[in-house]
Design a binder for this molecule. Structure first.
Ligand code: PA5
Length: 428
């Protein structure tokens, strides 16, 4: 399903598998025996096997009901509580899907302009809400949900609103759990041993993705398939570990940033999910690569100049999805005033692919920017499950190679404390 190639990296910057193999073997055992830093957050490893089967049935039933009754689902969550779902939905359904329920994202910002615009838009939609917060106390999500709840109650009345709300949160504790129990919302649980950015294969991702009409059982299959495929420490065959080691090697060689590149606008949010996964897992103790993202060819007209000719601070990792789900052909034009007839009969995918080959050569050979290429056969429900596991396990390996705990995020709390103090919240 996934192959990683390092052919577009200068020989002296390519990893030597032998030098990593002993360390990788011991980290692999540490992950699977759950003995490393943050070991209490490794629930995602086995979740697609151990998951609550009854809960999945409820998720599928409820999502079918939502799809039938409502035209729009508002996913209210931030960070790990929405990025994975959005990544999968956009990667598979695209940005303007015509068949599925419309999915709108809220509770992921404090921006008043966006918030007012979405609420105005929802005034004329027959919408339902899925509120997601593991802690149940995240400010952006809590404010977003209060606004949505008020609108629902104004439009549909208090009792009807309860049928239109699903909540996903932890088992005990947070304000969202208390509120959900009190109001009697349909609720799914994010287990304590799974952190937000590793939660896409739990109800956090499964419910919104199912509402978007994507086969979540196939997605779980893809995750399981990958789990089996990468369950060995052999660096000559384990593509996920190869990727982790190569990025570690480039970091050690002095590169400051990894830029993940896609040639499909639909995968922009997949890169956002990947950025959170790696930046929040590794950006600690003054360490780690800064994860950046770009969409080509669009961004070749903006960041392309820097990548080609600017300071050599970054390397690129290309997500090369080999087969698009849709395609079209350039037709001949009798006047050819735009001079494009030389492309007549060519598919857009062919042209995109030539742009990819031309850029790869320009950046890696002429510009001397190392390029890791991750080749993925196609994008569908099963493959996105596989891709999620691939990056999660490589992220765990990558963070442990830096002796970091991949599963905490102590730095994120500092701005929150300052903000609460400035807002006058009790106890701050
Ligand atoms: O990965 C993480 O832990 C974070 O990004 C959280 O998912 C994010 O901060 C939202 O937290 P919560 O789900 O508790 O609202």
């Amino acid at each position: 399903m996934i192959k990683v190639n390092f052919e577009n990296i200068a020989k002296n910057k390519r990893i030597n598998f032998k030098s990593y193999s002993k360390t990788v073997k011991s980290i692999h055992e540490m992950i699977h025996n759950k003995t490393g830093l943050g070991k209490e957050f490794l629930g995602w490893l086995d979740y697609p096997i151990n998951y609550d089967k009854e809960e999945l049935k409820r998720i599928i039933k409820k999502s079918n009901e939502f799809k039938k009754k409502y035209d729009t689902l508002v996913v209210c969550g931030i960070g790990g509580s929405y990025l994975g779902a959005r990544a999968a939905i956009e990667a598979i359904n695209g940005l303007y899907p015509q068949k599925s329920m419309q999915i709108v994202y809220f509770g992921n910002t404090l921006d008043p302009d966006y918030s007012v615009q979405i609420l105005n838009y929802l005034e004329n939609r027959n919408f339902a809400v899925c509120v997601i917060s593991k802690s149940g106390t995240t400010t952006e999500t809590a404010i977003g949900f209060r606004l949505l709840k008020n609108l629902l109650e104004k439009k549909f009345g208090k009792e009807e609103s309860k049928n239109r709300i699903v909540s996903i949160t932890n088992k005990i504790g947070g304000a969202l759990k208390t509120l959900s129990d009190k109001e009697g919302y349909e609720t799914y649980i994010l287990p304590d041993d799974i952190g937000g950015r590793f939660s896409v294969m739990s109800p956090v991702g499964l419910f919104p993705i199912a509402c978007a009409g994507i086969d979540v059982q196939q997605m779980l299959e893809g995750f399981k398939e990958a789990r089996k495929e990468y369950d060995n420490p052999d660096l000559s065959t384990n593509e996920a570990y190869k990727y982790a080691c190569q990025r570690n090697f480039l970091y050690k060689k002095g590169y400051a940033s990894e830029m993940m590149v896609t040639y499909s606008l639909n995968n922009k949010m997949l890169i956002e999910w990947w950025k959170q996964l790696f930046d929040e897992s590794e950006g600690k103790n003054g360490e780690a690569l800064l994860c950046a993202g770009a969409t080509f060819t669009t961004d070749l007209h903006s960041m392309g100049q820097f990548i080609q000719d600017g300071k050599k601070v970054l390397f690129e990792t290309i997500l090369n999805i080999k087969k698009p789900n849709n395609d079209l052909e350039i037709k001949a034009d009798k006047d050819d005033l735009d001079g494009l007839n030389y492309l007549k009969g060519k598919k857009l995918s062919y042209i995109n692919n030539k742009a990819y080959n031309g850029t790869l050569e320009a950046h890696s050979k002429t510009g001397k920017v190392p390029n890791i290429v991750i080749e993925i056969e196609k994008m569908d429900a099963k493959s996105i499950g596989h891709i999620f596991y691939f990056f999660m396990i490589s992220c765990a390996m990558s963070a442990y190679l830096l002796n970091l705990n991949p599963f905490n995020q102590p730095g994120v709390e500092i701005y929150k404390k300052n903000m609460f103090h400035l807002l006058g919240k009790n106890g701050y």
